[in-house]
Design a protein around this ligand. Structure first.
Ligand SMILES: C[S@@+](CC[C@H](N)C(=O)[O-])C[C@H]1O[C@@H](n2cnc3c(N)ncnc32)[C@H](O)[C@@H]1O
Length: 245
């Protein structure tokens, strides 16, 4: 039984139901058998489910999170509007703040030894490439980076600079690749993306899990970038049926 599927907690089952677990089974098994997984970043924290799942799964890893919202409600709508205007060009809606508060409570209820490995940074806009550069400077390359923040059709384009954080050995995943909850995946967008990034072509694999997904099947497509030939060989061998050519 692969490590991810055997050990994943119930709170992360949604990801498995979308099919993403199929890819993570292959990739994480390969990584654990080789250099291991010591540093994982997921962009987009929300209510914290994923970060807690990663914390439980990878007991020796440092788990990082970036989130544009923050777990404090402003005192008045006036200050809320001011904060929003000054801090980010993203729309931050109250739901995002409430999610952040719920996530924060879950994180702070964890045993201290777990919290020592959990690094959640709020009020950070991951669309800024200088944020990625600062993380690279501070922590070096990461083994795994997952982008589960804004799912807009052009996210792949906008945020593909995050793949630089994984260097030559690690792996970058984009959830809901080239789609949104309201606008399903279109293969044309993936091909446009490759045309704009010709040098990256051989390093991308895009897994189409729409047929097996029981959770938002229209957008259950996972993008993966890695220069690690071992990982590329492993997915080409095991997941060829799901890879969009
Ligand atoms: C789908 S939720 C994340 C859920 C979480 N990863 C999980 O699986 O439990 C997306 C989150 O991304 C955050 N987000 C959206 N745009 C962002 C940005 N530009 N930078 C950082 N976070 C962002 C949203 O506030 C929201 O909390």
């Amino acid at each position: 039984m692969p490590f991810y599927s055997e050990n994943i907690t119930e709170s992360h089952l949604k990801k498995t139901e979308r099919g993403y677990g199929r890819a993570w089974d292959v990739v994480f098994d390969y990584m654990l058998a080789n250099n291991g997984i010591k540093k994982l970043l997921e962009i987009g924290v929300g209510g914290g489910q994923s970060h807690l799942a990663w914390l439980d799964l990878f007991k020796d890893a440092q788990i990082y999170g970036l989130e544009v919202a923050w777990p404090i409600l402003p005192e008045s709508m006036f200050s809320w509007k001011e904060m929003r205007k000054e801090q980010h060009d993203d729309d931050i809606v109250v739901r995002q703040l409430v999610n952040a508060i719920q996530g924060w409570h879950k994180f702070t209820n964890r045993p201290f030894d777990d919290r020592l490995r959990l690094h959640i940074m709020y009020n950070v806009n991951a669309k800024r490439e200088d944020v990625m550069q600062s993380m690279l400077k501070a922590h070096g390359n990461f083994d795994v980076v997952i982008n589960d923040s804004k799912h807009r059709t052009h996210t792949a384009q906008l945020m593909s600079f995050w793949r630089k954080l994984v260097g030559t050995d690690g792996v970058y995943f984009q959830e809901e690749f080239c789609s949104t909850m309201n606008d399903d995946f279109k293969v044309k967008r993936y091909h446009e993306f490759l045309e704009n990034n010709p040098d990256d072509k051989s390093y991308w694999r895009v897994f189409d899990f729409r047929e097996i997904s029981i959770e938002q099947p229209g957008c259950s497509v996972l993008g993966m970038y890695t220069e690690n030939q071992g990982i590329l060989n492993a997915v080409d061998e095991s997941l060829d049926n799901f890879i969009i050519k």
